[in-house]
Design a protein around this ligand. Structure first.
Ligand SMILES: O=C(O)C1=C[C@@H](OP(=O)(O)O)[C@@H](O)[C@H](O)C1
Ligand SMILES: C=C(OP(=O)(O)O)C(=O)O
Length: 425
């Protein structure tokens, strides 16, 4: 993909459904009683991996592109898969599904692509083992492939060393199969979609501060789920609207759950002209429309409790920092190293190639903005968030940018390039 500078992005955009909520709709729908109907399901490769895995366990899932219907078989209705469950590129599928598999009455193996095979799984293996699960890293490297032999589980209280919704959710989902109460305390509150969605389908779940507590129930009920637009996908349009001169973009139907909305706060802290309209509730999740106008940005510090609320947006925040006056410091974000790529190293490599003054640190990066980034050959490292971030950077840079491995946007946003270039017509 080759991209040149553009001016004046204008128009209305509706980003696809939230990835986190789409995954959870498949998992909870599969173990609920009755048919779960999902509207605005994200048809990205990651969520299709979740569908494929639960189909392999005997769940009938109809996907007509507009509406996904999951014919749930109840908490104990999954069947032993004949083959390895393939989670593709999806950390969310791998970790959340492991929690469910830990409590089944069968054994199975799960594995994913080369990136998944290097992402840390010890973070779920430890708490699930404390619950009585049998979960083994087949290559003894704490990564997938994982062999999981379902067991009778017991409830635990777990003090998680990381603020990770995937860890928290794996434990809570296993807790559905435990003989007592399960609770998780995390250092900083991470996204709470699992708690909200479990509550909506009849789960007994309570949150207080950074602790979520679940008691097992006999059954979960199916739901109609309307998935809000993904703020992590909207983030590229927020950034594009702010850094591309003469732009004004209206982004419709964006989920603004307070455990996910750090990007809006950072845009505003950098001087971005971004406002929320029509704030409403859709299926228990807050949703808004956004108006974004080109702005002169200045540097900021992104650290502490806000980090989990924008963890996937840090690559595009680093791009905004490159176009802002002054210094931006990102810290407390060591988690970036264990995503689809090492997002600290890859942002440093690629922004440097564009002539940006960036220093990677152990838990983030320091970007000195105000230069004039120029086009370059960008390696996506097959990380969708990296490809999308540099497509936006390219629009405001001199010359031409080539993104190698640009197709990986398919993971979370298959129509990304069409949607972006439509705003320039
Ligand atoms: O629970 C989820 O849906 C997700 C949680 C986050 O990961 P961690 O829990 O590993 O921080 C995020 O990066 C990922 O894109 C989706
Ligand atoms: C980290 C991400 O997803 P996952 O962990 O599900 O692979 C992401 O989408 O940026």
């Amino acid at each position: 993909m080759k991209i040149k500078r553009l001016n004046g992005l204008k128009g209305t955009i509706s980003v696809p459904g939230d990835k986190s909520i789409s995954h959870r709709s498949i998992m909870l729908g599969s173990i609920a009683e009755g048919t779960t109907e999902v509207h605005n399901f994200l048809q990205g490769a990651d969520c299709l991996s979740s569908i494929a895995c639960f189909r392999q366990m005997g769940i009938d899932i109809e996907n007509n592109g507009d509406i996904v219907r999951i014919h749930g078989q109840g908490l104990h209705g999954l069947k032993r898969p004949e083959n390895t469950l393939d989670t593709g590129n999806s950390g969310t599928t791998t970790r959340l599904m492991s929690g469910i598999l830990a409590g089944q009455n069968f054994d199975c193996t799960i594995n994913g692509d080369i990136s998944i095979q290097s992402r840390p799984m010890r973070r779920i293996m430890t708490p699930l083992s404390l619950m009585g699960a049998s979960i083994e890293s087949i290559r003894s490297n704490d990564c997938a492939p994982l062999k999981i032999t379902g067991q009778k589980l017991h409830g635990i209280h777990y003090d998680s060393p990381v603020s990770s919704a995937q860890v928290k959710s794996a434990i809570l989902l296993a807790g559905l199969y435990a003989d007592g109460e399960t609770s998780v305390t995390e250092p900083v509150l991470s996204r709470n979609h699992t708690e909200l969605m479990l509550g909506a389908c009849g789960g007994d779940v309570h949150s207080q501060g950074t602790t979520a507590t679940l008691r097992p129930v006999k059954r979960l009920e199916s739901q109609k789920i309307i998935v809000p637009g993904d703020i992590s996908s909207a983030a590229y349009f927020m950034a594009a609207g702010l850094i591309v001169p003469d732009s004004e973009i209206y982004i419709e139907n964006v989920g603004i759950n307070p455990t996910r909305d750090g990007m809006v706060k950072v845009c505003q802290a950098m001087g971005g002209n971004i406002s929320l309209e029509n704030v409403r509730d859709v299926c228990g999740e807050p949703v808004a429309d956004m108006v974004v106008r080109h702005s002169s940005l200045h540097g900021t510090v992104v650290e502490g409790d806000i980090i989990p609320t924008l963890i996937d947006e840090l690559p595009i925040i680093a791009v905004m920092a490159a176009f802002a006056e002054g210094q931006t410091i990102i810290r407390d974000a060591a988690e970036l190293k264990v995503k689809e790529s090492d997002r600290i190293a890859v942002m440093a490599e690629n922004l440097s190639a564009m002539g940006v003054d960036i220093t990677p640190t152990a838990d983030g990066m320091i970007v000195n903005g105000g230069g004039a980034p120029h086009g370059a050959r960008i390696q996506s490292h097959l990380d969708h968030r990296i490809a999308m971030s540099f497509a936006v950077a390219a629009l405001a840079s001199d010359g031409e940018t080539e993104i190698i491995g640009s197709d990986c946007v398919n993971i979370s946003y298959p129509t990304f390039y069409q949607d972006l270039f439509k705003l320039a017509e």
